[in-house]
Ligand binder design. Structure first.
Ligand code: ADP
Ligand code: ADP
Ligand code: ZN
Ligand code: ZN
Length: 831
């Protein structure tokens, strides 16, 4: 039982040991903005999220019914002796929208609900149209959805061309590509033989009637199939009453594709089906997703689909204007006042947070993690809660310094309403704004996990061990490398998102930072257009983000995206995009396997005397191959236990005790360590251990140089943050012997990094440039921008007000440019 303490205005933590935390004691004020600082891996998140938030959450769930608790995942109890004075907590973490495709900014912020009420009760109805309920304005309800496209706005169908891409092939040669492969496809061809269709003539020479029937018929005849027989032989066999191989049911290609797309549980099969489908705007609602009646009602001249597609900024203006207008109908006036004022207040917060360029109908999977977090933050500001603690993860991510000021105002509003803020941050503007700093360190992993300082900002300067204190000066000049471009990659007519026939030149052979306020078009230009154009020119395959995130059911873009490279490609031989996407979704992928390091380690084990004696090859030391891994858990190290009435839990495998290998495999040692013990080492430890092995230690040293020395070799990919994943990818690229002429593109590589780690990362990136490569980063970090050779600012505003090149030049030139939004901040960092 926990003793109730007097409310002291402080949260007291005793004996926190989560992850790397070293049994720490801590006292932090309530009703204040507390910022947790420290280098990556020092233990900030383990403290703020893993301990404080987790405990608040656990207490909350204990207070609700046991039934409700069961609905949540098994909650891990944080490793901590006691926490007192902890208010209920709301976490606003950085994460991609796991929400469904149908979730939009409007639905998440609930503004769309208000808008529907407004249309229902205060819209302009055409003569004869009866009043509609609010639900009738939602494409997600049967009352509102367009009957033709079921509220999707688009219809998917197949054409002869989409299903038969090569019409010179015969049916036997698999002309009907949309049909299943393997035996099911064979089955369908055999059925056609029984039915008397010609399967050996090129598709294009078959009669139109036959082609139509095979592709589009709704009929599903069931016929006897004689495998391997010709049509003539089949006829003969039927006459002689020979038993068929089996009875087969025919399904036309269209029916097969649409059924698979609609009903298959397998994402892969769905994707395969989608390949043969073409999407087009729904001809009934023209993509507006609603019934005709709902679309006939307008407000200020807009139907609800149109008003939902306006940038929030314009929607705000329109509502403010409507509120000031005289109304004929007093009841309508009252409704507009009540709902309109609420909407305006909600929009105000979104605009303040720099999200005015988004629209209500923007689907959440297309928002960046930073945009999502700020959207949730805005929703909280209007939730009118008090007495709670908001736990935030780097809310400045993706923000230009001019946007960060607005963020701080919003956080102040939450605090003023009587809430506490616990924030994990690296941004100096946020740190300087804090009432209280908790500095965690001194280093990462086992070398961190201590509280170096807890108190007001000024006191931090006196803390010897703090790495954070070295970066707090307002003015701190950074040397620009001042390299000169070796050529230019010229691109023009770039059209996508808010870019409209933009022409820009990217310098080659130097380090370029692309900056601009949030929503100005940096990612559209660099991470999307540039990457796609260069990879197309190189003939490199591109794995799109959507495919990886599983969000591929989002409609394919209808607008045509364009752009042409007019010069410079002869100087680029390879493109590497280093992003923050996860490096694997299963615990089978880890740091050592991803970097390729593990291949070498396994060879080292296979070369030991005992391994040779027993004829164990390198495959024996893989937990992904059956040879040497534990057969009970198949090399996972843990097993799932199904509990009656409770969520299933993972426990360490009882056979291998989590080591993943068989006892036999573990008998093989190298320098007295077995393979499981090696996987348990941190990168730092392994670098010591393998210092005789050149290839392995090269990989390990690169990982240390990008600040990942604290990670364990076997750390599952699923436990890594986006920033860690990005640095692992970078390290993997860095250890390859480069030939130069590679273009590296990175989107905000400093996200999640302490300034100390940023310095390390920049050294690596500048090394790439010195080796003859080009580096282009999208960045907001002024130290990175000041250290670049070339700076490009996109803007001047966000959304439709952005998308232009405001200025391009050296950091000094940009910092002196009168129209640059970056200049006032950059000035403090250029010499
Ligand atoms: P920070 O937030 O300061 O970057 P973290 O609190 O995320 O640091 O990590 C501190 C240490 O705890 C690191 O060594 C990290 O590898 C480890 N760690 C983080 N998450 C987990 C986890 N789920 N399981 C085991 N160790 C973890
Ligand atoms: P930045 O990287 O500078 O923050 P973006 O390139 O992400 O800006 O966005 C520029 C504009 O393009 C914004 O108006 C944004 O809303 C729009 N936009 C970006 N991605 C998408 C998308 N997937 N769908 C629709 N609009 C988008
Ligand atoms: Zn429709
Ligand atoms: Zn096992």
């Amino acid at each position: 039982m926990q003793k109730k303490k007097q409310h002291t205005g402080f949260v007291e933590v005793k004996g926190a040991r989560e992850h790397n935390l070293k049994n720490i004691h801590l006292s932090i004020p309530r009703d204040a903005m507390v910022v947790f600082t420290g280098i990556s891996g020092s233990g900030k998140s383990s403290l703020a999220f893993g301990t404080l938030y987790a405990e608040a959450q656990r207490r909350y769930l204990e207070s609700v019914s046991p039934y409700a608790r069961r609905l949540f995942h098994q909650l891990s109890v944080p490793q901590v002796e006691e926490i007192t004075g902890l208010p209920p907590a709301v976490a606003l973490q950085q994460q991609r929208g796991a929400a469904t495709n149908r979730s939009t900014l409007g639905s998440v912020t609930t503004i769309s609900n208000l808008l529907r009420m407004l249309y229902s009760r205060a819209g302009d109805y055409p003569k004869g149209q009866t009043i509609l309920y609010a639900e009738s304005f939602s494409p997600n309800t049967p009352e509102g959805a367009c009957p033709r496209c079921h509220g999707l706005g688009r219809i998917y169908d197949v054409t002869e061309q989409s299903m038969v891409p090569d019409d010179s092939l015969s049916i036997r040669e698999r002309a009907v590509a949309a049909w299943p492969t393997a035996w099911h496809g064979q089955n369908l061809r055999d059925i056609l033989i029984t039915l008397g269709y010609d399967v050996d003539t090129p598709w294009r020479d078959l009669p139109k009637k036959d082609r139509e029937w095979i592709l589009f018929t709704e009929e599903q005849p069931v016929v006897p199939v004689y495998a391997g027989f010709s049509h003539k032989e089949v006829k003969q066999a039927i006459k002689l009453k020979v038993a068929p191989s089996y009875k087969g049911t025919f399904t036309s290609a269209r029916k097969h594709v649409l059924q698979t797309f609609a009903n298959s549980q397998s994402a892969m099969l769905k994707k395969r089906a989608q390949q043969y489908m073409v999407a087009s705007d729904c001809p009934v609602c023209n993509g507006r997703r609603l019934k005709k009646e709902a679309l006939s009602i307008t407000f200020q001249g807009y139907d609800i689909a149109e008003i939902s597609s306006l940038p929030l900024e314009e929607l705000h203006e329109l509502l403010v204007a409507a509120l000031g207008q005289p109304f004929q109908d007093e009841q309508q006036h009252q409704v507009v006042l009540r709902i309109g004022e609420d909407m305006v207040a909600r929009l105000n917060v979104l605009l303040r947070l720099g999200l005015g360029y988004l629209s209500l109908d923007r689907s959440t999977p297309t928002l960046s993690p930073g945009e999502l977090q700020r959207m949730r933050l805005a929703t909280q500001v209007r939730a009118n809660l008090f007495g709670v603690v908001y736990v935030l993860d780097e809310p400045s991510a993706g923000l230009h310094p001019s946007d960060t000021e607005a963020l701080l105002e919003t956080l102040d509003m939450l605090k003023a309403a009587g809430n506490s803020l616990f924030i994990v941050e690296h941004d100096l503007a946020v740190i300087r704004h804090a009432d209280w700093i908790v500095d965690v360190g001194p280093f990462a992993g086992q070398l961190g996990g201590e509280i170096l300082y807890s108190g007001k900002l000024d006191g931090l300067q006196k803390v010897e061990a703090s790495l954070t204190k070295n970066y707090l000066q307002e003015r701190s000049p950074v040397d620009s490398h001042q390299r000169l471009p070796k050529g230019w990659l010229r691109v023009k007519d770039i059209t996508r998102n808010n870019l409209d026939r933009l022409a820009v030149d990217f310098p080659l052979g130097i380090f370029t930072a692309v900056t601009g306020i949030s929503g100005s078009g940096k990612s559209s230009l660099v991470s999307q257009a540039l990457v796609e154009l260069v990879s197309a020119a190189l003939g490199q395959e591109l794995v799109s983000e959507k495919e990886e995130s599983g969000a591929e059911w989002e409609e394919k873009p209808v607008r045509t995206e364009s752009g042409v490279i007019t010069a410079g490609m002869e100087k680029i031989t390879r493109l590497i995009q280093v992003d923050q996407k996860a490096i694997g979704r299963t615990p089978r992928s880890n740091l050592a396997t991803y970097t390729g390091l593990f291949d070498h380690v396994r060879k080292i084990f296979a070369a030991t005397r005992l391994a040779k004696q027993r004829k164990y090859d390198a495959g024996y030391f893989s937990f992904n191959l059956p040879k040497g891994r534990c057969p009970n858990c198949q090399g996972e190290g843990f097993v799932m236990v199904e509990l009656l009435f409770l969520p299933s839990v993972y426990t360490p495998c009882p056979v291998c005790h989590g080591s993943r290998y068989t006892g036999k495999t573990l008998e093989v040692t190298y320098l007295e360590k077995n393979i499981a013990q090696v996987l348990d080492m941190t990168v730092n430890e392994a670098a010591q251990f393998f210092k005789q092995e050149e290839t392995v230690s090269r990989s390990l040293n690169v990982l240390i140089e990008v600040g990942l020395g604290y990670l364990r070799l076997g750390q599952p990919a699923t436990e890594l943050s986006g920033g860690e994943a990005q640095r692992i990818k970078l390290a993997t690229e860095l250890q390859r012997v480069g030939k130069g002429n590679t273009l590296y593109v990175l989107d905000e590589p400093t996200t999640g990094l302490h300034p100390f780690d940023v310095e390390k990362l920049m050294k690596q990136l500048h090394k790439l440039v010195d080796a003859g490569n080009t580096v282009i980063v999208v960045e907001h970090n002024m130290r990175v921008i000041a250290g670049a050779d070339w700076v490009m600012e996109i803007g001047p505003g966000a959304g439709a007000k952005g998308g232009q090149l405001v200025v391009a030049g050296t950091p000094e030139q940009v910092s002196a440019h009168p129209e640059s939004r970056t200049a006032p901040y950059l000035q403090k960092f250029v010499i």
